[in-house]
Write a protein that binds this ligand. Sequence first.
Ligand code: FAD
Length: 175
Amino acid sequence: MTSLADIPSRPMRRRSREITDRAEIDAIVGADRVMHLALASNDVPFLVPVFYGYDGTSLYFHSASAGTKIAILKENNRVCFEISVDQGVVVAEEPCDFEARHRTVIGFGRASFVTDEAEKVRALDLIVKKFTDTRFDYPKGKLSITTVVRIDIDGIKGKSYGIGEPRPEETVEEE
Ligand SMILES: Cc1cc2nc3c(=O)[nH]c(=O)nc-3n(C[C@H](O)[C@H](O)[C@H](O)COP(=O)(O)OP(=O)(O)OC[C@H]3O[C@@H](n4cnc5c(N)ncnc54)[C@H](O)[C@@H]3O)c2cc1C
């Protein structure tokens, strides 16, 4: 077994459920809008949902410039994130055999504060694009007080179950 300290490279226990195609993983990241972002201040974990944008390499989110997550990131920029789509339940005969239907990614990365104005605008555009096709201009005053964080991905894995044609013994229950 690999060390627990090396979580990003630990093999998935249920190999058959692993999504190995990076394009499929990127499609999940592209499909959702909210990620759960896990941070750590020494031995105290902290998790927040945030809207994000993705350019195929890095994730971006925006924030007020103060608050717990920003304070933690200044102390420890290592993060873990989770994004899930197609959540539901695969119903079985026995309650213990119920399974989560899902397509999920869990990734690890390093956060940094974006200072370059052009990159900030590009990041905000990526986030806004998840909600509307309208293109906005961001007033300089607002831009300067908006914190934008980039997460450079060190590792990312995808997992899927119960998607597509259900197996004959499975009934898929919509959420
Ligand atoms: C769908 C969704 C999308 C969001 N998108 C963004 C985004 O893009 N950018 C952004 O900055 N924020 C976003 N938020 C809000 C975010 O989850 C945090 O609440 C917010 O960023 C404040 O975080 P903070 O670390 O500054 O907390 P602080 O204001 O410093 O608060 C610290 C205390 O409040 C608690 N707390 C903080 N947030 C929450 C919460 N959401 N629910 C319950 N308790 C909480 C903490 O556990 C802690 O005890 C989003 C929330 C949701 C639900």
